[in-house]
Design a binder for this molecule. Structure first.
Ligand SMILES: Cc1ncc(COP(=O)(O)O)c(C=O)c1O
Length: 402
């Protein structure tokens, strides 16, 4: 235990350890929970605080158009390039929850039609569309997502089987918050369109974890939170709005934006607010691009996830992965169960006594562990988690599932 060879040179290990120091994360904490909320790196926060100070020196002139607007527009442009979309098609909203509300509440739904989604969509997203269905007289068709699937085609087939001539909308996640499964969203969008339905993609976990090419995926709406894996300040999200919905879609909040405009920024006008966190987004994206998101960060994070999966399978008795091994269907989230063990109970002890931050998730009546590994984590962090979990299971009573 813990003596396994790390698949990385000493020089590379030192490099990533140094990167870890560029975060405010406490030294005594092992943070394997970036999927829920990611820590921003120091340069991002320093920049954001500098902007906040500068703003306060002249609030009236700096409001919106003065100091922050050019920085936010530059960030929107950078985000657009990062996700393969025309920045004019991106609305900046605080998070995925609010972003999903934009199409849900801003489109007119026809009574008697059906909304199709898997049973592993995010609970707030399920609640939202259940509310819309009840309000507007639609039905929800919810089906069990194969877990784990044998191939991306399994996921496509699971969706394909459920379309009817009443389906008006398909909702799917790009990366599932339950297991970490990466869905073939381009194929799913094509399927929805073939059936004359809209495709709304919940990409909360995708940005900064998997390559996102919106031009290739062609969704009607794609929504994400940038404060998870992209490590922006908190309260930064985006909604991609296909051009065909420009001005058809009613804004969430109506005010200065009540007249049609050519660009999606119409939909992010919410009145006076602190926008410095949006201005900090560009620094966050640059931070990962400068390290090398595609060339360095992604291979490192995938190697961390692979190492974790291998250790789970070979060292934790009774474990079962609920995420495929391969990197076409998985990214930086790893989920698994341990026979007879309640992940929630173990998670609490790991945090309370060892300062190891993990997550417990429930789907299909299964309670699983969900471990996030990002580039501020190290192979030693994974050893610490696995070795501590093994020791606790061996020595502690009361971890059993009830
Ligand atoms: C798949 C998914 N969708 C939506 C959300 C909501 O994100 P936010 O809290 O940033 O609105 C989450 C949050 O964990 C998520 O995992």
């Amino acid at each position: 235990m813990g003596l396994r060879q790390h698949p990385i040179s000493d020089e590379d290990a030192a490099f990533w350890l140094n990167i870890r120091k560029q975060f405010y994360l406490r030294d005594d904490t092992t943070y394997l929970q970036g999927g829920s909320v990611g820590p921003s790196a120091r340069p991002t926060i320093e920049k954001t605080i500098d902007l906040l100070r500068a703003f306060e020196s002249d609030p009236l002139n700096n409001r919106d158009h003065g100091l922050l607007r050019p920085i936010i527009e530059s960030a929107r442009g950078k985000l657009g390039r990062f996700v393969g979309a025309d920045p004019d098609r991106l609305a900046l909203l605080p998070n995925t929850t609010m972003g999903m509300n934009l199409p849900a509440q801003g489109l007119k739904w026809e009574r008697g039609r059906e909304i199709l989604m898997s049973d592993q969509e995010y609970p707030a997203v399920k609640n939202l569309f259940e509310y819309i269905a009840e309000r507007d007289g639609l039905t929800i068709s919810m089906f069990p997502l194969p877990t784990p699937p044998d191939s991306p085609q399994d996921i496509v087939d699971a969706y394909a089987d459920r379309f009817t001539d009443r389906t008006c909308l398909m909702i799917c996640s790009h990366v599932y918050c339950t297991t970490g499964l990466v869905a073939p969203v381009g194929d799913l969008t094509g399927l929805a369109h073939k059936h004359g339905a809209l495709a709304i993609i919940d990409g909360a976990h995708a940005l900064g974890m998997v390559p996102v090419d919106l031009a290739g995926i062609s969704p009607d709406f794609y929504v994400s939170s940038c404060h998870k894996w992209l490590l922006t300040p908190k309260g930064v999200g985006m909604v991609y709005i296909d051009a065909s919905f420009q001005n058809v879609l009613r804004p969430l909040i109506i005010g200065h934006n009540n007249k049609p405009t050519p660009n999606a920024d119409r939909y992010d006008k919410l009145g006076t607010a602190d926008l410095t966190h949006y201005a900090g987004m560009e620094t966050a994206i640059d931070y990962q691009l400068d390290i090398g998101w595609n060339e360095k960060i992604r291979p490192y994070c995938l190697a961390l996830a692979r190492y974790l999966k291998e250790r789970i399978v070979s060292d934790i008795a009774g474990s079962r992965l609920t995420i495929p091994m391969d990197t076409e269907m998985s990214g930086y989230l790893t989920s698994f169960t341990i026979e007879g063990i309640d992940s929630r109970k173990l998670m609490r002890i790991l945090w309370d006594e060892y300062k190891i931050q993990t997550q417990s998730v429930t789907f299909n009546g299964i309670r699983a562990f969900r471990i996030s590994t990002h580039f501020y984590d190290t192979f030693a962090d994974i050893d610490r988690f696995v070795d501590t979990a093994i020791e606790l299971i061996r020595t502690r009573k009361g971890l059993e599932l009830e």
